[in-house]
Design a protein around this ligand. Structure first.
Ligand SMILES: Nc1ncnc2c1ncn2[C@@H]1O[C@H](COP(=O)(O)OP(=O)(O)OP(=O)(O)O)[C@@H](O)[C@H]1O
Ligand SMILES: [Mg+2]
Length: 432
């Protein structure tokens, strides 16, 4: 059947290599490991990974040196760095050299898997990722997505965190005539602002410090395919202007050049913010908003379509059965609890609750006591007055992290602050 996706782990800590390797194999990847950058380069003469997960601090050759060497041979393999917080500046350096992402240690495997899935060509990973749901809403949304897919129209996908915006963006691409061409996702919140323009538009060698070679940007990489701009609401005003010309006329100019380059792309954006409000407040350009808002696909929160809950839960259980090689079922009371909950973190939260319960439960039945819910809204309204602000913040951050599967960007989104603010607060309260 499908060939396994090949991952290379580079880390000088034997334990880390072992744990990561086991966990990723359980998720169905083919994994090889190397204890140093030079060993990795050696290994790659016979093994061509589709993604590299590398430590950044290593004795012999740092991650930075490694990616520099790597880029001279295998220019396009996506690399994700693992970094301890505090060495974010290294990560920024790494992004300049073309790392696709970085992940702060310690992290959840689920977060790493999300990064892998987002970085690798969807034609390889997402064949089997189906949109689940029997609700009228999901069926209509899929029909609408299929109609949109036939055109080249710019689409905006709206919905709360974890509702499946990403999934729908990929579905549109895969159902479109562009399906064999690249699908490039850009998370507008995750690219440091000083790198944003070069990441998207590309640059000419020498156009700024760190531009050590010509670089094509994401818009050009998406030529003939689809570009998916996630969290478009976080784009700063300066960038919004630059986006207008590419969205309007499909032309761009790389940093340090004057030639206009034409690209053939379909643009999909996603947001969980109230863009109309941002427009009214003068924070989002009206002209850009109207270009992007051409067609809107709204994905409703899970609590408005409870009939999807059990179908999703059953599918997630089957996926876990496959990963862990066992077979587990929900007890009646557990199923009743799942149906009753309101899921502020939507499908991602449901998935996390089930995965946790699956691991925690003994035997073949998942009972109600195995399910751990973290309702943000319930928490806000209780015990006011008894808690001080710091405690409330700590509680909320912990819960948001839980809902978001420890993904900092997503937890920050749930809390309505940006990623750096969250990291700052976690550090301040010693929670990292
Ligand atoms: N209808 C669905 N069927 C199956 N899986 C789903 C469905 N909707 C969402 N999921 C799963 O839930 C998780 C979250 O979905 P996704 O990443 O698409 O949400 P999102 O709206 O992009 O969230 P965010 O705003 O945080 O980026 C993913 O693992 C996705 O595969
Ligand atoms: Mg998303």
């Amino acid at each position: 059947m499908n060939e396994k996706i090949r991952i290379l782990i580079v880390d000088d800590e034997a334990n880390m290599r072992k744990i990561l390797s086991l966990a990723l194999k359980k998720h169905g990847y083919e994994v090889q490991t190397a204890e140093s950058g030079s060993r990795a380069l050696e290994l790659m003469k016979g093994f061509v990974p589709q993604m590299i997960i590398s430590d950044i601090k290593m004795d012999n050759m740092t991650g930075i040196e490694f990616i520099r060497k790597l880029r001279t041979n295998f220019s396009s393999v996506p690399v994700c760095f693992m970094t301890a917080y505090g060495s974010i500046s290294n990560a920024v350096e790494a992004m300049k050299l073309g790392a696709v992402d970085y992940i702060g240690k310690p992290f959840e495997i689920a977060t790493l898997v999300e990064i892998i899935e987002a970085s690798i060509e969807p034609a390889v990973t997402h064949d089997n990722k189906k949109i689940i749901g029997c609700s009228k809403h999901i069926k209509q949304a899929m029909k609408k997505a299929e109609k949109i897919a036939k055109t080249d129209a710019t689409v905006m996908i709206k919905g709360e965190t974890g509702v499946g915006k990403d999934l729908f963006a990929r579905y549109i691409h895969q159902s479109s005539p562009r399906s064999k061409k690249p699908f490039i996702k850009v998370d507008c919140t995750s690219i440091p602002s000083e790198l944003f323009e070069s990441e998207l538009f590309g640059h000419k060698k020498g156009s700024f410090t760190g531009a050590i070679e010509d670089r094509i940007g994401k818009f050009e990489s998406a030529h003939q395919g689809t570009i998916f701009l996630d969290e478009i609401g976080t784009l700063n005003f300066n960038m919004q202007k630059k986006f207008l010309s590419i969205i309007q006329d499909r032309v761009l100019v790389r940093i340090g050049e004057t030639t206009e380059r034409r690209v053939d792309i379909r643009v999909i954006t996603a947001t969980n913010e109230d863009l109309e409000k941002l427009v009214r407040e003068g924070k989002f350009r009206k002209d850009l908003y109207f270009r992007l808002n051409n067609i809107v696909l709204q994905v409703l929160p899970l609590r408005t379509r409870p009939e999807d809950i059990m179908e999703l839960a059953d599918q997630f259980l089957l996926d876990l059965d496959r990963i862990y090689g066992s077979k587990k079922q929900l007890s009646g009371p557990a199923a009743a609890l799942l149906k009753d909950y309101d899921y502020p973190g939507n499908i991602r939260e449901l998935k996390n609750i089930i995965e946790q319960a699956y691991i925690l439960s003994d035997g073949t039945t998942i009972n109600d006591k195995d399910l751990v819910f973290s309702d943000l809204s319930a928490d806000m309204s209780t015990e006011e007055g008894q808690m001080n602000l710091k405690e409330v913040e700590i509680q909320l951050m912990k819960k948001a992290l839980k809902i978001a599967g420890n993904n900092y960007s997503k937890a920050a989104k749930i809390l309505g602050i940006n990623r750096n603010q969250l990291i700052y607060k976690l550090e301040k309260y010693g929670l990292k």
